[in-house]
Design a protein around this ligand. Structure first.
Ligand code: HEC
Length: 273
């Protein structure tokens, strides 16, 4: 609920600032972004302004209908970003670093399939000028093309748009995953490999595995010990049916039982090497 909650709190913020309480000025969000690429183990870091980013990677409309239906969004599509970053680096996933330490991972398959983008302008205004969340500026954020691809609202990114983006990093997913990458492990079965792929596609935005990934939910390489296979599958399909206050989206419409079982197998392989 990251984004919807944000809009709600933004509304509260306006009311509070009108009454002259609660809002404190904090440091402004960077108007430039840290771009990190790696080539043959040598890491390159550079700060680019948004204008530089737009002129190198290109600006496109971003086709999202959320949260303001009639707003016109512009930005740099993730696929254009990656194409540009590949001039100085190698990789098959984009890691989006947010100011609070949250890291969003967008694998190349997602980036090529969906025209998601880093929003740099809404109705001709730069988002970094917006004041919103608890008096903090919203900064740049990744928006999904939810108008053309409504199924994205059921994806791991649906309600969790990364915002206050301050860095973009092109990584090799296998290196990023580190010990949690079993794809080339000789003991990995087809099910383990399939499970890893599904974990990256649907869970890594919010969950870590052996310390790599997002931190909105618990580290699943540890939490898997709490579950038998059938209770795991049941939970992930519809968490709210078991715990009405759950913050986790349900994956009933997105992942088959077989895929969910393979995620369970993958996590167990991490938990008990
Ligand atoms: C949008 C964020 C989000 C996504 C995406 C997400 N989860 Fe979760 N998950 C949570 C949160 C938050 C919790 C903590 C408990 C709760 O709110 O239900 C949780 C809890 C869990 C638990 C229970 C952990 C325990 O301690 O017993 C399991 C199992 C789980 N998630 C599996 C998954 C799997 C598998 C996926 C991918 C298919 C996934 N989650 C995707 C946010 C997410």
């Amino acid at each position: 609920m990251r984004f919807r909650a944000l809009i709600f709190v933004a509304g509260l913020g306006i009311i509070f600032s009108l009454s002259g309480c609660l809002i404190r000025e904090t440091a402004p969000v960077n108007a430039s972004l840290l771009i990190t690429t790696t080539q043959e183990a040598s890491v390159k870091n550079m700060f680019v302004t948004v204008a530089e980013l737009e002129s190198s990677a290109g600006v496109s409309p971003i086709d999202t209908d959320w949260p303001f239906e009639k707003a016109h969004y512009e930005g740099v599509l993730l696929k254009d970003l990656v194409r540009w970053m590949r001039k100085t680096g190698e990789g098959d996933a984009l890691v989006v670093h947010c100011r609070d330490g949250f890291r969003a991972v967008f694998p190349l398959e997602f980036i090529q399939k969906y025209p998601a983008g880093l929003v740099t302008k809404v109705n001709d205004k730069r988002p970094h000028r917006w004041k919103s969340y608890k008096g903090r500026e919203m900064g740049f954020y990744v928006a999904l093309p939810s108008k053309s691809f409504p199924e994205l609202n059921d994806s791991q990114y649906g309600n969790f748009w990364p915002w206050q983006v301050q860095g973009l990093e092109l990584v090799k997913l296998s290196l990023f995953l580190g010990r949690a990458d079993l794809s080339s492990n000789p003991r990995a079965t087809a099910s383990i490999r399939e499970g890893q792929k599904a974990f990256v596609a649907q869970c890594i935005h919010c969950h870590e595995a052996l310390g790599q990934g997002g931190d909105k939910g618990p580290d699943l390489s540890k939490a898997v010990a709490n579950h038998a296979e059938d209770s795991f599958v049941k939970y992930v399909k519809n968490p709210k049916a078991l715990y009405p206050n759950s913050q986790m989206p349900g994956f009933e419409r997105v992942l088959s039982d077989q895929k969910l079982k393979s995620i369970f197998t993958y996590l167990n392989a991490l938990a008990k090497p």
